[in-house]
Design a protein around this ligand. Structure first.
Ligand code: HEM
Length: 623
């Protein structure tokens, strides 16, 4: 099944001067600003920045390959509808762009298809242009969600929709000319608030006017942008329908009855919204739509669906199965086979089935590669390395926390069931992983040392006040292992979630607590007497470790844990030392961006140990 994007747009690279052609102002025109870049202007006014994917099939096909899209069904943009202009101008404009769309498709290796546009202010002219376009090779039509003050329940528009059903034309309804503009002059609110409301209005008008009751069920119609706010407010509509006769309009059935009469696209940009949309409309009624290649479109077409928790079957429907039905492409017909041959031509690798897990969808590679956002403009070459090295550390910190938490859980169980050795072995095995990771972390600083101090200084100023002090995971590792310093919480005040998880770590028993708790449960560490000083408690713990080592024959497994903990402690100190060397090499004795005295402050941390009793036990052993 091909992956089909049914909502995306094109602009030809040029078109006639429409203002001069029709003798009226404010028609869109294209201003090429630099190779591959252009601005869409309306009269003297800037409207939108676009790039070559709009007009160059090669660029489009490359990006489709990148995103794993087999077919795009392109439409022009609503700004060209011209429903408010004289019909002869709107019709001429529609023809220009409809023919330009087919010309682009002819260079699209069978993978580009198109929807036409029609002068909907004149139903007769609209029907004729639609028929002409269907014969010429368009798969359907894109219409606005209203024609001036007329909604889609207007009798003329309903006649046009019947004609679409008769012609087998798919209809994509796109919001445009948003109402309430005088109250939405700022913040792009016509896009973010007006468009969803316009689309909802269009769906509701068709339902309550009884248009769906009168139109044949063969009409295939889709509402863009997830159907706007319709799905979310269906409950409200349904409630009104049941309680107020006037809210029923002419519809024969409650609104939810009509959900299988229309489609919505997936351009909702949020997993929860997609889940909700599919939950409301059903997996048979939602199709991949991206709004590509416009700035507010889906950046990696199809990623929202692919990364969702929808079932494999549902994903396959959304990615292509439903579009095949919507577009009226018969299996084995030219459209479907073109789509497939375009995607799999040649001896290349097998195209993955839509919705199936791939290397990159499993590992979220596209998202991962989006996460490096340098601050320098123009970008300093070494800033990418600086970001990547830090991100790599943070990823390994995540794994360390994951494993150390498991070590704690195992040692806790070991303390509760001293006869069982499995948990002790498991703790030692996981600790070995922690030491291996930390060894890599010590080594990794050398990569960053390939950056010259001058190169770092070129962008260091942009980083303030971000500082390693704010590495939540590093501090979590310290707290989890037992090095708890409440003062360090202050660096995390700006990020409440980090603050909360550190606070939790501060209050929870640490690995240190759990380890000695287990020795106590095994009878190796006598409970501290009332009034024992901290020093006495410390010495008792060191003696308990000492006892284990003296009876190696019986305590091999626990000694192994002790060795791993010691090694981990040692490697963390190595990490601290290598970090200081790096700091000195790159910024000398300058202050840190976190406000500390830099290297001289960091040197004070070298004496920190997670398990000082394990070191003390060594002194006892050699006495
Ligand atoms: C150009 C490279 C680096 C420089 C110049 C540098 C500098 C510093 C300085 C001066 C501090 C002290 C706090 C402050 O005042 O900001 C610090 C702390 C810290 N840095 Fe770095 N750092 C570098 C690379 C790294 C890397 C790659 C990591 C990896 C995660 C890292 C993690 C940390 C952590 C966790 C702390 C807190 C240490 C503690 O509180 O004991 N740093 N860094």
């Amino acid at each position: 099944m091909p992956v089909i994007d049914i909502h995306n747009h094109f602009f030809p690279s040029s078109w006639p001067d429409l203002a001069a052609r029709y003798g009226t102002p404010d028609w869109p025109w294209i201003k090429h600003t630099e190779p591959g870049q252009a601005d869409i202007m309306v009269g003297d006014r800037f409207f939108r920045h676009i790039y070559s994917a709009c007009w160059d099939p090669e660029v489009r096909l490359q990006e489709m390959d990148r995103d794993g899209v087999d077919v795009q069904v392109m439409s022009a943009t609503p700004m060209l509808f011209a429903y408010e202009r004289p019909v002869e101008h709107a019709l001429d404009c529609a023809r220009l762009f409809n023919d330009a769309a087919l010309e682009l498709c002819s260079r699209g290796k069978g993978r580009l298809k198109s929807l036409c546009q029609v002068p909907l202010q004149d139903i007769d002219a609209a029907c004729k242009e639609l028929s002409r376009c269907m014969r010429a090779g368009h798969l359907g039509v894109q219409i606005g969600n209203h024609v001036g003050s007329k909604n889609l329940d207007d009798p003329g528009v309903v006649t046009f929709l019947r004609h679409c059903a008769d012609e087998g034309a798919a209809v994509l309804v796109h919001p445009w000319e948003m109402f309430g503009r005088e109250r939405m002059p700022k913040y792009m609110m016509p896009w973010t608030v007006g468009m969803p409301a316009e689309t909802q209005l269009a769906v509701v008008a068709m339902i309550l006017s009884g248009a769906f009751d009168r139109l044949p069920s063969t009409l295939r119609i889709c509402f863009a942008h997830g159907g706007g706010s319709f799905a979310f407010l269906l409950g409200r509509l349904e409630n009104a329908w049941h309680h107020h006769p006037v809210a029923r309009g002419e519809s024969e059935h409650p609104p939810s009855y009509y959900l299988n009469r229309f489609y919505a696209d997936s351009a909702v940009f949020d997993q929860r919204s997609l889940q909700f949309l599919v939950g409301t409309m059903g997996a048979d009624q939602v199709m991949l739509g991206s709004d590509y290649p416009f700035p507010l479109g889906e950046e990696r077409v199809g990623s929202l669906i692919r990364q969702s928790n929808l079932s494999h079957d549902a994903k396959a429907k959304l990615l292509g199965g439903n579009a095949v039905r919507f577009l009226g492409i018969k299996e084995g017909s030219k459209g479907a086979s073109d789509a497939k041959s375009g995607a799999t031509a040649g001896p290349g690798p097998l195209a993955p089935e839509p919705g199936r897990l791939t290397y990159s969808s499993y590992l979220k590679v596209p998202e991962l590669l989006e996460l490096q956002q340098p601050q320098s403009v123009p970008q300093h070459h070494d800033e990418l390395l600086f970001i990547l090295v830090h991100q790599t550390y943070e990823l390994w910190f995540k794994e360390l926390l994951h494993d150390l938490d498991a070590v704690v859980a195992n040692l806790r169980k070991a303390g509760a069931a001293p006869q069982s050795h499995d948990e002790v072995y498991e703790a030692a095995r996981l600790l070995r992983r922690c030491t291996e990771i930390t060894r890599v972390l010590v080594e990794q600083f050398t990569i960053l040392e390939t950056m010259l101090p001058t190169h770092f200084m070129a962008f260091r100023g942009l980083l303030e006040p971000a500082s390693g002090f704010q590495s939540e995971q590093f501090r979590e590792i310290e707290f989890l292992c037992g090095l708890k310093d409440e003062k360090m919480l202050r660096y995390h005040r700006p990020t409440p979630e980090a603050y909360a998880s550190l606070k939790r770590r501060l209050e929870e028993p640490s690995l240190h607590d759990v380890f000695f708790g287990a020795l106590q449960a095994m009878g190796k560490l006598p409970p501290a007497g009332e009034g024992a000083t901290e020093r006495e408690r410390f010495e008792a713990r060191a003696r308990a470790v000492h006892e284990l080592y003296k009876d190696e024959h019986h305590h091999r497994d626990w000694i192994d844990v002790c060795e791993r903990l010691t090694e981990f402690d040692e490697l963390v100190v190595s990490w601290r030392l290598r970090h200081i060397q790096l700091v000195e090499r790159i910024i000398g004795i300058r202050m840190g961006t976190g406000g500390s005295t830099g290297a001289s402050y960091l040197k004070l941390t070298l004496d920190k140990k997670f398990f000082p009793e394990l070191w003390e036990a060594r002194t006892l052993l050699t006495e």
